[in-house]
Design a protein around this ligand. Sequence first.
Ligand code: ZN
Ligand code: ZN
Length: 382
Amino acid sequence: MKIQSILLGAVLLSTGYSQAQTDDGVLRLTEFAYPVKRQLLNIPNVNGYQILKCDFHMHTVFTDGHVWPNVRIQEAWREGLDAISYTEHMEYNPHSADVKVDHNRSHDLAIDLAKENNIVLVKGTEITRQTPPGHFNALFIQDANALIADNDPKLDQAAIDKADEQKAFIFWNHPGWKATTIPGSYEWIDFVEKMYQAKKLHGIEVVNGLGFHKKALDWALDRNLTIIGNTDIHNLIAHDYAIERPGVHRTMTLVMAKDRSAAGIREALDAGRTVVWSSKYLFGKEENVRALAHACLAISPSYHEKTNGKTQDKTKYYEIKNNSDLYFELELKQGKGTKRLVLYPESTQILTAEAGQQKLSYEIVSTYIRSDKHLQFEINLK
Ligand SMILES: [Zn+2]
Ligand SMILES: [Zn+2]
């Protein structure tokens, strides 16, 4: 309460100050204005790579979204994202009576604002075929208008080929979105197998919005495809995500990039260096999730040892630190120590272990390195 009143006092003071500077007869009541600030998402570098926070799937009024393109840049800046991509539907334009159909337009309208806000805007589109085969995002294209907008199933292959001609990075979107309404659609279908064989499929969207497509994660892992997660947002982010609550973030792809540039992102996507972050969970290839967890978590030397009166067992005390805004939940699988650890963002926990052990073996149950498997994580005791 005290802090709040100090803050409010500071706001009032600064308002009073600026008012005194420019008294034009309008008293500005700024107390309820959203403070101009960019949220920082702190994630340490991993193996020398920067972690870029990216959302490669979203819509605006230029297809079936509800917002003007600039709004997406403002949202991304506020939420601490590094890169986004407008992926308007090629074959679906429900607003065409009101908004002229131009598949490049949302990108072109927002590119200056993106640069001014240090947001990398990757040019993309959503190839929106009937299901199956469904939808595919093509990133790093040059001209969306040169792609195929005709939704005749006979042109499905040509639609992919056209994007491939522009050297696009192509991933399969939300493979399970019609699992119940179109039987057989949530399978590794022939169409996708042919794309994969022809090296025209480079990734799979494993998390779409708030949905984890479990089979899709295993398909990506088994074929060494890049693991992607996006919002596929159509409305305001704040309409679908409770982002006013501390710790809440949109679904995104964490890209381990050499630098914060479109070229850096492309290189990392081609190399498969991604982890998806959605809700409190991380999804990805084992090596990537492991490297990320190791970069974020640190164990201290033991600072205290206690002998238990009855058994004469010795207990050692350690601190385990989460040096990131990610969330980690660990369950003990082997060894004698703290059974369950919840490592909230930017926080420390006490870990106890029976003396005489070299390590404790945990599972990080807030990670998925397969649809049915969490990351095994060893803690070496010093
Ligand atoms: Zn879609
Ligand atoms: Zn979409």
